[in-house]
Design a protein around this ligand. Structure first.
Ligand SMILES: Nc1ncnc2c1ncn2[C@@H]1O[C@H](COP(=O)(O)OP(=O)(O)OP(=O)(O)O)[C@@H](O)[C@H]1O
Ligand SMILES: [Mg+2]
Length: 332
């Protein structure tokens, strides 16, 4: 069983897949065995970023019950210790997973043999994506430092928090009904925050002698999303990213760790056209420096259960300053 790193984003096109491919390449170059899994069903394209030809069966085979084991779908990428489970290109039409297939894939993800299993998810906050992302308490969310993308990242986290709360109570329970009602009737910025609502549910549950509410709160507090700010272009980016941290903490009770600030880098689109990860061809590029920073934090994390070791408020600003300093030193 490997350490699971699910990678999601509220908004599409923010660089999840190119980040996944390069994070895998970096971790593999540091001696770790890595399996990249393309779970962007309906939009699977991780193979193209790795230069792997589109001829291997992938997750689509599980969905269409032609294959039971993810392990049997693992293909080499041409790079040492880096492997891929392709998506559903050969058997498409699988964007909507039924419950049993989703559960099977989850079980199979946990059984893959590797140090790290990196899962590239589709954009947005559909329940399938959220459920895979919630398989780790510290899944990655990629955003670009622009208001719409950061707002979508926040919506993603909010949906994940609600999903966790919802799943904590039994099917057909009064609590589930209340949660749905709260979501439907709530206007953003008015009334109770998610956190206040979750605490109220837990209190009522405890008064009736239940423990599910308390457990749900514990799970929500254990969440520590790792945020990657990609395609950065200025010092103002810190303010926008900081907003995400503040509203998530205040409204959701969810703290986050910024694990990397990656600048906009013209080498990235060029590498995509070349079908080779930049980490393999231009390890000194600013994009790869950003990916390295993320990899270092991931390698440093003592275990999946432990929250990040980094200090909350220093990380983002230090990271952005460092990225700009390094960029200057690289210039001729
Ligand atoms: N730091 C960067 N600098 C410049 N271009 C970038 C950077 N990161 C990503 N890109 C470009 O953004 C585009 C989208 O990247 P990618 O496909 O990885 O996004 P995605 O989040 O996986 O998209 P989708 O939601 O469609 O799956 C690519 O063309 C890539 O070259
Ligand atoms: Mg993608």
């Amino acid at each position: 069983m490997g350490i699971l790193i699910p990678i999601a984003s509220g908004k599409g096109g923010v660089g999840k897949t190119v980040f996944s491919a390069n994070l895998g390449t970096v971790l593999a170059s540091r001696g770790k065995t890595v399996v990249l899994v393309d779970l962007d069903l309906g939009g699977a394209n991780l193979h193209t970023y790795l230069g792997v030809r589109n001829k291997h069966p992938g997750v689509g085979s599980i969905v269409w019950k032609k294959e039971k084991s993810l392990e049997n779908l693992v293909v080499p990428t041409g790079m040492d210790r880096l492997y891929l489970v392709p998506g559903d290109n050969l058997l498409p039409g699988t964007a909507n997973l039924d419950f049993f297939t989703k559960r099977r894939i989850m079980k199979e993800l946990l059984e893959l043999t590797a140090d790290y299993v990196i899962v590239d998810l589709g954009a947005g906050a559909s329940y399938n994506v959220i459920d895979f992302w919630l398989m780790a308490p510290n899944g990655i969310v990629v955003t670009v430092p622009e208001i719409p993308s950061v707002l979508n990242a926040y919506s993603f986290l909010k949906t994940a928090a609600f999903r966790l709360l919802f799943r904590s109570f039994g099917k057909g329970s009064k609590e589930r009904e209340r949660i749905v009602e709260f979501v439907v009737n709530r206007t953003e910025g008015q009334g109770d925050t998610f956190l206040a609502f979750a605490e109220e549910l837990a209190r009522e549950d405890a008064q009736r002698g239940g423990s599910k509410g308390a457990k749900a709160l514990e799970e929500i507090r254990r969440l520590r999303p790792r945020v990657v700010v990609n395609m950065g272009n200025g010092q103002d980016d810190a303010t926008i990213a900081q907003r995400l941290r503040e509203i998530s903490a205040r409204n959701l009770g969810v703290g986050m760790e910024f694990i990397s600030y990656i600048m906009r880098d013209p080498y990235v689109p060029a590498s995509v056209a070349d079908r080779a990860p930049l980490a393999a061809t231009a390890p000194g590029s600013s994009f790869v420096r950003g990916v390295n920073a993320a990899a270092e934090r991931i390698l440093r994390a003592p275990s999946i259960e432990a929250p990040g070791l980094e200090l909350d408020d220093e990380d983002l600003f230090t990271m952005i300053e460092k990225a700009f300093d390094e960029e200057e030193n690289q210039s001729p």
